[in-house]
Design a protein around this ligand. Structure first.
Ligand SMILES: [Zn+2]
Length: 654
């Protein structure tokens, strides 16, 4: 059965149909004697979505052949009836958890009906809405426009390169207001440059002369099914059981498209281990879209039956070096269960212009981060030692993060709505997006080890995953869930006061609030700091050479600029903020190496560390009375305790 039919028949009522896009009667603070606010013409309301089905099929033709200008040309033929019609550009994008639809890149919007131009009027309160008055006698309109994709990643990511395309339909379409995304049918086609091929979870009807024509599907499924296309493409089965999961690899260079049989086996093991964890699949077919590229903008974005993943061009050819990206596919794959099938109820919105809320991102992203790392280790994509070294960096970061003093983990769920992932000058103090991933990951380790300890290691968070995400094998229709549902499922595995457990960690705020590190101890480890990282730790903590977070309290960028000053740390105490450049260390030219040498020389002595810094036209000489040496986080085994972490990271045999 098609996804669209499942969704439409079973799920319509469970989507959030709340308005939120309709124009309210906004009180305007004006002099009552002034003339009333004048608009070019009356502005209609924007209809809220209902469960009604939009009559007819929208023909949707996308031309992505204009590589040199990086322009995607779109033509939509929309069946209509005469009278008012509002077209929406998607605003709240799935997986972005925020209003990130790049409407600024939509241009050249032209509407014709019955051979005549039909003028549109943009809504003045919601600029993502275009009002049209369909003339009498017109039964379909043609809407044409361009998606002006970007040449670099400064503001929006690059989606089109000379050898590659990442087609994200929601960035290049308009849809009628008043309907849920599952109630609107699109018949999409995509014209690609000559000789290109592509991967997607959409069903292809024909692929001729560079034009892929897809089976008509609902807007929800279309938006959830992006395309990676390119001049160099390979599709590889990684499903040992059913031939239902594939790597769809596109590469800048054909010479990078060379996974070894061993590497393919590790990706196959990921699918097997995920089956064993959840005990169910919520996809008929899953397509990993994997770009090996320096040119396409980076991405890791989840969908129900596919995911968009960009890694370095040498992902396969320099396997050791790319340890940092070998958890990515495991993370995005986990989202098929956690985030897509089981969806926080407040993110299960009817269409892309109903505002999302994100109160459960610590499950959606936090537990996905947990399982992504666990599954990467269980499948062998990363070794157990690599996984433990990575967890040490997370534990170290939160052990030293002062932002909890004013901002609870729960509040970081709102962070994307504050402006999409604004880079933080004072990350340790501001807190943000990373926290509902990584601090929440520590919380789930805490929960996992608590269940293991409390059940004498007979049960674990695996049982929660199977019960909560693995219910209803074969069912694709998303289920909305609440905080109470999470608590109930945890109680089903191991009765405990889970409400207090979760709330005390999610809402912890103030000077006494501590990072959730209990799970480390229950897992049989302790957090320590070392000045001598092993070669493996250096590969995992790839930024170690420039990392002075745990010593002087900052990171040095490749351009020798101090950044991420640790709030309350030694550099902060010396009144250094972001943006100072390192000119000299003691009496030598400033560099990360010179700084490491100086910190090491000062260890256990009374020698000062003297930095010459420059900001604009100002110089400052700053002296650090710091003698504890270089410090990097490490998880150390506590002998005589049960090594639960190792057990968690071990491949399941069934
Ligand atoms: Zn994620």
């Amino acid at each position: 059965m098609s996804v669209s039919r499942l969704l439409l028949s079973a799920c319509a009522a469970s989507f959030i149909l709340a308005a939120g896009v309709a124009n309210a009667q906004t009180p305007v603070l004006t002099d009552p004697r002034a003339a009333p606010l004048a608009l070019p013409r009356a502005q209609p309301d924007i209809p809220a979505p209902t469960i009604a089905v939009y009559p007819g099929v929208i023909r949707y033709e996308v031309d992505a052949t204009d590589l040199d200008r990086r322009i995607v040309n779109v033509r939509q033929t929309i069946p209509v009836t005469p009278g008012p019609l509002t077209l929406l550009y998607p605003k709240f994008l799935p997986g972005n958890h925020a209003d990130t639809g790049p409407i600024q890149l939509l241009s050249g919007v032209t509407v014709t009906g019955g051979g005549q131009r039909v003028e549109w009027l943009r809504d003045t309160l919601d600029p993502y809405a275009f009002h049209i008055d369909v003339p009498q006698g017109v039964t379909e309109i043609v809407v044409e426009f361009q998606w002006l994709t970007q040449p670099d990643n400064t503001v929006w990511r690059v989606t089109m390169t000379p050898a590659m395309l990442n087609m994200q339909w929601e960035k290049a379409l308009l849809y009628p207001a008043g309907y849920a995304s599952i109630g609107i049918t699109f018949a999409a086609s995509l014209k690609l440059p000559e000789g290109w091929n592509y991967g997607t979870s959409l069903t292809t009807q024909t692929f001729e002369d560079g034009v892929a024509t897809f089976a008509p599907t609902d807007l929800y499924t279309l938006v959830d099914s992006p395309v990676f296309a390119g001049a160099h493409y390979r599709r590889i089965n990684i499903d040992a059981a059913h031939d239902a999961a594939h790597l769809n690899i596109v590469a800048d260079k054909v010479s990078d498209l060379v996974p070894t049989p061993d590497q393919i086996a590790l990706h196959t093991a990921l699918v097997t281990q995920t089956d064993r964890l959840f005990g169910a699949r919520h996809y008929d077919r899953y397509e990993f879209l994997l770009g090996l590229t320096n040119e396409l903008g980076s991405i890791g974005l989840e969908h129900h039956r596919s995911s968009e993943n960009v890694v370095a061009p040498d992902y396969f050819t320099a396997w050791e070096r790319n340890v940092g990206s070998r958890y990515l596919l495991a993370h995005e794959f986990t989202h098929s269960w956690n985030g897509k099938f089981m969806r926080p109820a407040d993110e299960l919105t009817a269409n892309y212009n109903v505002p999302t809320q994100n109160t459960l991102l610590w499950v959606y992203e936090g537990q996905t981060e947990y399982w992504g790392d666990v599954l990467a280790a269980r499948s062998g994509l990363r070794s157990k030692e690599e996984a433990i070294a990575d967890l040490a960096t997370t534990a170290g970061f939160y052990d030293n993060q002062p932002g909890r003093e004013w901002r609870a983990l729960q509040d970081t769920d709102n962070h994307n709505m504050l402006g999409y992932r604004v880079p933080g000058l004072w990350t340790s103090w501001m807190r943000g997006t990373g926290d509902y991933y990584r601090e929440a990951q520590l919380m789930w380790l805490d929960a996992d080890t608590l269940i293991r300890e409390g059940t004498r290691d007979r049960k674990s968070l695996d049982d929660f995953a199977r019960a909560f995400f693995g219910r209803e094998d074969g069912v694709v229709t998303p289920h909305g869930y609440t905080f109470e549902d999470v608590v109930a499922a945890l109680n089903g595995v191991y009765p405990h006061d889970w409400t207090t457990f979760l709330r005390s960690r999610l809402d912890a705020v103030g000077p006494d609030a501590a990072a959730p590190l209990d799970g480390i101890a229950r897992a049989g480890y302790r957090l320590t700091y070392t000045d001598a990282l092993s070669p493996l730790e250096k590969r995992v903590q790839s930024g170690w050479a420039n990392d002075f977070q745990y010593s002087l309290g900052f990171t040095l960028t490749a351009a020798n600029r101090l950044s991420d000053i640790l709030w309350g740390g030694p550099a902060y105490a010396a009144r250094i903020g972001a943006g100072w450049d390192l000119v000299a260390v003691n009496d030598v030219v400033g560099s990360a190496e010179a700084l490491r040498n100086a910190v090491t020389d000062a260890k256990g002595t009374d020698k000062p560390i003297v930095l010459l810094l420059k900001s604009g036209s100002r110089f400052r000489t700053v002296t650090f009375d710091y003698h504890a040496g270089l410090r990097y986080p490490r998880l150390e085994r506590v002998e005589g305790t049960r090594d639960r972490l190792s057990e968690i990271l071990t491949a399941r045999r069934r």
